[in-house]
Design a protein around this ligand. Sequence first.
Ligand SMILES: [Zn+2]
Ligand SMILES: [Zn+2]
Length: 263
Amino acid sequence: MILNHGVRGSVPTYNVDTSYYGGSTPCVEIITNEAQVIFDCGTGFSKVNFSNDLPSIIIISHFHHDHIQGIPFNKTLSEKSKKIFISTALFNKDKLKQTLTNYFSPPYFPINYFNEFNNINFVDFKDLETSFKKFNFKSFKLNHPGDAFGYSLIINNNKFCYLLDNEFYDNQLSSLKDFCEGSNSVIWDGMYTENEIKTKKGWGHSSIEQGLKFAEKLDLNNLIISHHSPDRTDQQINDLIKKYSNYQIQFASENKSLKIWTE
Ligand SMILES: [Zn+2]
Ligand SMILES: [Zn+2]
């Protein structure tokens, strides 16, 4: 099951025009019988429920504000009995710990958050599979200022890909297609429309239409557009759904779970 806790790019956007699809910044939770796996910790991360017996794995694409700013606002994360694993392909575990510790301490944050409790284990990405043998995690270097990594997760022959944030170019097609081959679902950075992206070269994001073309090439049944522009209203998304009704496409919506696994 996929839970989209945060679907909005760049900045939280809470107003009457965005309330249906949601205004929290990126956070996606995959729940299987084996574990809960969380991709990114934007403001949507405050809604992840860690009060369960499942092992919890957090994987971070990169460290732009919109992908980490929710970490200290999850009330169940700090339950001392729970072991949480956190990792990224962008940094090793020491740099990961250092980066998050610096970010969530003065002068950016009132307290040194990571000194307050010790149930978070920082793990090198290559070591995740040692701890979670039933999972197959892979990473893919995306095209984004300062770099970001996309991920694939295979469990019980189900494959899921997470590709935020990425500026797609045609020269990325063949390697990205190989990376996503056989996926049940792909989350795609659809920050812009094909018109908007013309003036956004170098900002590190893709268009919805690039996602549609990619899904066709991949023969993918379930393309999930996310990282919606902060300016994108519910009405505009509904219009895009009508416009592209011939395609297998969904627009990520907060608190709406998607059942994609056959366990
Ligand atoms: Zn972002
Ligand atoms: Zn970014």
